[in-house]
Design a binder for this molecule. Sequence first.
Ligand SMILES: NCc1[nH]cc(CCC(=O)O)c1CC(=O)O
Length: 309
Amino acid sequence: MGMTQHIRIASRASAMATAQVNWLMGQITRTDSAAVPEFVPITTAGDRWTGPLAEVGGKGAFTSAVAQAVLDGRADLALHCAKDMPGDEPEPDGTLCLYPPRDDVHDVLVHPGGRKLDDLPAGTRIGTSAPRRIAQLTASHPHLTIVPVRGNADTRLRLAHVGDVDAVILARAGLRRLGREAEATEIIDTDRMMPALGAGQLALQISADDQNLLDLLTPLTDAAATRAALAERALLRALAGHCHAPIAGHATPTAAGGLHLAARVYSPDGSVMLAAARTGPDPQTVGDAVAQDLIAQGANDVLASSRRS
Ligand SMILES: NCc1[nH]cc(CCC(=O)O)c1CC(=O)O
């Protein structure tokens, strides 16, 4: 029998984040009966602020506040959605990320009236603020009206249920973690709505010198998910992107043990779409190659135009 090991898990405390913490706690206690997981909830400036995210340090403000708890020694592990980890700021020295098996990567439509995208009449109000979703939806369904919405997934669902919007687009993985997957009225095909880089992927960030914790968590990791996450992350970093940039991409394992990475960069209204794809054995190389291909097509200018708009 090992010595009791307390594992303090830093995370945001939204309903979705809390569900993720509960999942991880269960995994940890199943893996090592001597481990005692504890939740260290982190409230970020972004949780309190309801105005534009850019004014509280952008999307990265959430994940960096959670990571800071590990850097400060207030927690042993920072639990993130990989999708929310920005690629445009340096990662803190001295930490590493571990990746458990990936969840579903699809976006879904939640229309309380039960409809699918193709059945919605002109002017139907769709709540979403993600530039990636806005660009793709505007291109595929220009007659729909996009309404910016902020807040957690449960807040957005409520807006649809009270009729502030007619429907919302959310990540299937997030809906599932809230126990509300049955509310999805359409699982949107990835060709029409390519997922965010890191979609459906949790990341466990620990101190690189915490060998005990690394040993304890390694059985929870998944090799294929890790390779996909590394390729998608390499691409996001090379484009200096984040989940509030109109970038989509998805790495999938190949039968030969390598991976295939497809990605797209959009103008804000989706009228410009750059696309690239590569297959190869090394995640970093594949991610960099797709990024270089997109950059050669003008990705930096397309992304700069979306920052100005
Ligand atoms: N930006 C918020 C966010 N970050 C991760 C998820 C969903 C779960 C995931 O894809 O990991 C969501 C909610 C959403 O986009 O609907």
